[in-house]
Design a protein around this ligand. Structure first.
Ligand code: M6R
Length: 602
């Protein structure tokens, strides 16, 4: 996830920017850059990879006296992690850094290109700086030119702009992406979150959406649609770790709440009005491919298993899913007509990586779906699709699962389109649902509160069964995995129809059944499975849009029009349930016992 810092004042600017960017490292990045104007001299440095590379490049650069400066860490989403794509982006005499996504950048880019502007990067951000300089040509007042620029931007942004045309001033704007201003005497700081300015600024103002303005020495002006605003600063917190959690108790909780935003990032540029588009895949990528094998571990395996239903249903393509550690030693029969997909959050999971190497050695075409660009699995694969979830710190994976499932759903529909196996009506229905997915994972405070209250009834017993059918079966597996990882209670995911073939023998009032009962998929079937359990006195927590009279506890979901929207909404419920049970049991939610975030050993 990208990070922004800015500083205006007399202190050494390079160190302030690099220290600030270091504080944002935990969010993940793959390139970084800074730009400084001192007097009328503009200096700029960029480097791909770790911040040490940028430190190395700037080691003989120092600043003295008053000046303005901006810095950025970039997590590649549009365009590869290259120096040209790294921020700050340069116009003829101005620099800009930006977080978020300018949704109308193609339109703006074309307009600017028609005016003769040459673009150096593949980013949406570069349009801001060129648009500003275009506006400045016709309007010599720098602030008016900036205001005019901001008025044309659609989408989410937090942006800082500096220009040789006004070398004492930092221009800023915020809409949909976080940005704050820190104060300490005449020094002014900017950042995309608290951590870079803790220990430097004493007071802070958190910009609201639609606010923009400028900062000069001793003067900060903020405007919104109604003109200039007065604003109240608050005392800045001093606890950095708490600040990294953005006010949430745990990283896992923050990541659950972030899912709506990252799902939006995942679909941007990929889900278009009438089709799915993956710039990562050549036109003929699926030529000669008649089946898919997916290999993964843990949560990534669960998302893979859910997608196997979608590949067969939408893509009309046979799809097998294998646990990587099993696949490696089963002496699998591999054919070059099968696409080999690996799924991994970290891109470093040893079993998945080794399975991938086996597939490559057998001459299979390979594709990875991964959250970390340049990871071992991405480098080893023929092609990679990034999930764009941003860094996931909680050991129990949440937003990685959400974005993997989203990418796989899109990919299944993509296959259906390429192979002509889906009708226009189905494409329309799926795309419409996909565009609603970020909304379906939004956490409702009332729901969270309800799950918190209800969780106290689930701290004992002799185990949990999460049950579901179709894609809700892998979701049940994932719900059970989440719960056992952080609560240390025994939990199993089961296909609901399979309970009567053995596990129902365990049913009694101390057996907790979490029943995923979507309205839009096999409702009556799962209902009778749950009734069988209820008849044996199992305690039932039903999650469904439809009230269910036999439930001991009931969580009513909102979506009922499309199974995948129900899937994502129920996913959030199971994640929050695991979180709240774990908190009540006093466990370390972010670092559960015996587990590591990335399993790089066999
Ligand atoms: O990084 P990966 O997706 O390859 O990791 C695979 C599993 O180790 C991982 O999903 C693990 O199961 C998580 N702790 C689940 O929350």
């Amino acid at each position: 996830m990208c990070g922004i810092v800015g500083y205006l004042g007399k202190n050494e600017k390079k160190e302030i920017l690099l220290d600030g960017l270091q504080e944002l490292e935990y969010r993940g990045y793959d390139s970084a850059g800074i730009a400084v104007i001192e007097g009328d001299k503009l200096n700029q440095f960029k480097a791909i990879g770790k911040l040490e590379n940028l430190r190395e490049k700037t080691k003989s650069f120092y600043t003295e006296g008053f000046g303005i400066s901006i810095g950025h860490t970039r997590w590649a989403t549009h365009g590869k992690p290259t120096e040209l794509n790294a921020h700050p982006h340069l116009g003829a005499y101005s620099y800009v850094v930006h977080n978020g996504i300018i949704e109308n950048y193609q339109e703006l880019k074309e307009e600017l290109q028609n005016d003769g502007v040459t673009f150096l990067s593949q980013t949406d951000t570069e349009t801001i700086v060129h648009l500003f300089e275009k506006n400045h040509k016709t309007n010599t007042n720098v602030f008016s030119a900036f205001e005019k620029t901001i008025a044309r931007l659609e989408g989410a942004y937090a942006t800082l702009l500096i220009t040789e045309a006004d070398p004492d001033t930092i221009y800023f704007a915020k809409n949909g992406s976080p940005m704050l201003i820190g104060f300490n005497g005449n020094d002014v700081y900017f950042a995309s979150s608290d951590t870079p300015i803790i220990g430097k600024a004493t007071e802070v103002y958190y910009l609201e959406d639609g606010e923009y303005g400028y900062a000069k020495e001793g003067e900060v002006k903020i405007f919104d649609a109604n003109g200039e605003k007065t604003f109240n600063k608050q005392t800045l917190a001093t606890d950095k770790v708490a600040a990294q959690k953005d006010g949430y108790r745990f990283f896992m909780e923050k990541e659950i709440y972030e899912q709506s935003q990252v799902m939006g990032d995942t679909i941007i540029g990929r889900v278009l009005d009438d089709r799915i588009y993956f710039e990562e895949l050549d036109k003929d990528f699926f030529e000669g491919i008649y089946a898919i094998t997916i290999c993964a571990c843990g949560t990534s395996y669960n998302s893979a298993l859910a997608s196997s239903y979608l590949f067969e249903r939408l893509g009309q393509m046979r799809c097998e899913v294998e646990i990587a550690s099993e696949f490696r030693y089963k002496e699998p029969f591999l054919t070059q007509k099968t696409l080999f997909i690996t799924i991994s959050q970290s891109g470093e999971t040893a079993d998945t990586l080794e399975a991938l190497k086996m597939a490559k050695a057998a001459g299979m075409k390979t594709l990875s779906i991964c959250n970390v660009d340049n990871s071992s699995i991405v480098r080893e694969s023929d092609t990679a699709i990034l999930t764009r979830a941003g860094v996931e710190k909680g050991v129990a994976s949440t937003k990685a699962f959400a974005t993997q499932s989203m990418v796989l759903w899109m990919l299944a529909l993509y296959v259906g389109q390429i192979k002509n196996t889906v009708s226009k009506d189905i494409v329309k229905r799926e795309i419409n649902a996909m565009l609603h997915a970020p909304k379906a994972v939004q956490v409702d405070d009332k729901l969270h509160e309800r799950i918190h209250r209800l969780s106290k009834r689930y701290l004992h017993g002799h185990g949990f069964f999460f049950i579901g059918r179709d894609v809700f079966y892998p979701l049940a597996l994932e719900g059970a995995l989440k719960l056992k990882e952080i609560s240390y209670l025994h939990a199993e995911g089961y296909p609901a129809g399979e309970m009567k073939h053995g596990p129902i023998a365990l049913a009694d009032s101390e057996l907790f059944t979490i029943a995923l009962m979507p309205k839009s998929m096999h409702y009556d079937k799962i209902k009778s499975n749950v009734e069988e359990l209820s008849a044996r006195d199992a305690t039932i927590l039903a999650i469904s849009p439809k009230p269910f009279e036999l439930a001991d506890d009931f969580i009513q979901t909102k979506y009922d029009s499309h199974p995948m929207l129900e899937f994502f909404e129920m996913m959030v419920v199971t994640q929050l349930l695991a979180l709240e049970v774990s908190v009540r049991l006093g466990n370390d939610v972010d670092m559960p016992r015996n587990l590591a975030k990335s399993v790089t050993v066999e």
